[in-house]
Design a protein around this ligand. Sequence first.
Ligand code: NAD
Ligand code: A1AUG
Length: 543
Amino acid sequence: MNLGYFSYPLPANEPVLQYGPGSPEKAILKRTLAELKKKPVDVPMYIGGKAVKSGNRVDIHPPHEIAHTLGAFHMGDEKHVRQAIDAALKAKQAWADMPWEDRAHIFLKAADLIATKYRSYMNGTTMLGQSKNAYQAEIDSACEIIDFLRFNVHYLSEIYRQQPISSPGVHNRMEWRPLEGFVLAVTPFNFTAIGGNLPTSAAMCGNTVVWKPANTQVYSAQMFMRILKEAGLPDGVINLIYVDGPVLGKVCFAHPEFAGVHFTGSTGVFNQMWKTIGENISSYRSYPRIVGETGGKDFVMVHKSANVDAVVTALARGAFEFQGQKCSAASRAYLPSNIAEEVKRKLVAEVQTMKMGSVEDFGNFVNAVIDERSFDKIATYIANAKKDKKASILVGGTYDKSEGYFIAPTVIEAKDPKYTTMCEEIFGPVLTIYVYDADKFEETLALVDNTSPYALTGSIIAQDREAVVMATAKLRNAAGNFYINDKPTGAVVGQQPFGGARASGTNDKAGSMLNLYRWLSARTIKETYNPPTDYRYAFLNEA
Ligand SMILES: NC(=O)c1ccc[n+]([C@@H]2O[C@H](COP(=O)([O-])OP(=O)(O)OC[C@H]3O[C@@H](n4cnc5c(N)ncnc54)[C@H](O)[C@@H]3O)[C@@H](O)[C@H]2O)c1
Ligand SMILES: N[C@@H](CCC=O)C(=O)O
């Protein structure tokens, strides 16, 4: 019983540590990296609070040092999916009945543990497992995940506060119920924070969850799961399993208690999920919630009035941070003819200064791409561009997978604005630029809008305000996150709620109230104090 309405005020964003030379955070992180590399892990699934080992061990290698083994995880099968669903359903009632404040404190404590005791472990496992440099890891596996947990607690407390009005003699109230059944969270490799947010946002609302991360993110996912357990998450509330996607889908989407899917990943996988759910629709107890944030082909549109150095930095960072493996990465840029040569020259010079290698050398800006499949796919785009008359490589264009999956940051210039690499998501360190007639700004805006099926992020770089106004209006539906004079990446929880439309997803804005509503099912309750005792209206009595 809670004897008060407790408040959860809007938090501040977690400050980003810089890891500069001689800083204490750098020393701690270096120590943790060495410790993690020395101690191989044997990672179980977590089902109903129990560590489950299938015996089917899959080795984990740093993408930048494939000869090293960080340990292994236990791959599950259909049986484990069923066990995870059963565990979620078993834990459901007690979790839904737990006072909101007590649920909230588990997630706030987890955020605190990550901010302090486990910061270097969250960052260390992300750096080694996903090949993210220290700064990129800090933004993701420390700050963003902490922000998701703290801001969602605040947002949910605001939702619970939202109540209908009442007229005299009546009281109306709204219950924000969890969904009936279990929620499935399916998460991508590229952001540890997304792996953290998708299961916890649904769980915070009183749901119980089956969580399947990408195999290439298991190393940091299991770290987060251990922290949740230490923070007091009851058994069965979040069940972490490692199985093949199709195996997961086959069992979960055929289950009558399937209540919703919280997905982030590629558009193709999401489309397949939606189709399967549609085919099974009459077998579910309720209409499942389908939330998916998917791919992008994110643009930088440059106006003839733009500051050249601002353009060059937006492109260098926007395209090549975390090897371009951000759904928001700048992957197509439109340069006006009046400044194109200068932008290209300076961009090439900047990219040539980027050092590439292991995450353990803090001088490296670029690390490896996630795995061999990804490497081969990206390399094919580059190899094709080298052969194609419609494209030329301005810088980069080399790749090598002998020690790790390294692809040099690459800039392609396309003669055709609809060239493959201007349209398709590559998800690697490849930026394609197209030079347009500086006097055809408005026509080029139409081209930007129509070139790709995606609509995730984009930016306009211009000093002329009328150009900014026109681009903002004409590109209204081309991006769910639109930036003016900035790169199209780096959304911060609470500041730039994140998500796109068209083929980029359902735009339910991760880390915002909009997203939390999807995991709640409202019940309106009307109580009448003095119920009528005669069916007749007053006017019927007139005669
Ligand atoms: N819009 C966003 O907010 C956002 C954020 C991050 C990543 N992404 C997108 O994610 C993609 C990169 O991540 P990825 O390579 O891990 O994506 P992916 O689609 O390959 O995998 C995502 C998750 O889905 C699972 N999966 C794969 N096939 C499945 C199936 N048939 N049934 C059920 N689950 C299945 C994977 O194992 C993984 O856990 C890119 O397209 C990127 O744009 C989008
Ligand atoms: N939210 C991140 C992208 C997440 C997807 O990969 C950004 O804004 O750069």
